[in-house]
Design a protein around this ligand. Structure first.
Ligand code: 5GP
Ligand code: ZN
Length: 119
């Protein structure tokens, strides 16, 4: 989708600070970080939400989650087999949740104490 910001990042039309890549996923630092680590993990193919992706290609949703875990390990937020010190995965979905880019992305947030519930 040529009018989608994240499709344009996948296409290399907009620069991004890429921290992890597989054949079907891409992870790059958020331009407006909300924590010391704030990385966005996306499927390279355009899918608007996790709910739509799981119907279309459940394996790809699993690959996005696996990529998010790999980013967390790489950033020192988790180990291969444990969640310490910890991080948060967020998928804002739809207008009430403030989704501004309608290409599924998991926010990987960590590096500070994260309050709950979020605002
Ligand atoms: P949402 O609000 O849809 O869950 O999250 C969209 C995220 O994309 C926001 O955290 C915003 O800072 C980030 N963002 C918006 N434009 C760009 C951009 O051009 N590059 C990068 N790396 N992040 C962006
Ligand atoms: Zn897209």
């Amino acid at each position: 989708m040529s009018d989608c910001l994240f499709c344009r990042i996948v296409a290399g039309e907009i620069p991004a600070d890429v921290v992890h890549e597989t054949d079907r996923t891409l992870a790059f630092r958020d331009v407006n970080p909300q924590a010391p680590t704030h990385v966005l993990v996306i499927p390279k193919d355009h899918h608007a939400t996790a709910g739509l992706l799981v119907g279309a290609d459940p394996q790809l949703l699993a690959e996005v989650v696996a990529a998010a875990h790999a980013v967390a390990v790489q950033e020192g937020l988790a180990t291969q087999d444990g969640p310490e010190p910890g991080y948060r995965l967020v998928a804002n979905t739809g207008p009430a949740a403030g989704q501004t880019v309608h290409h599924l992305h998991l926010h990987v947030l960590g590096g500070r104490s994260l309050g709950w519930p979020p605002g």
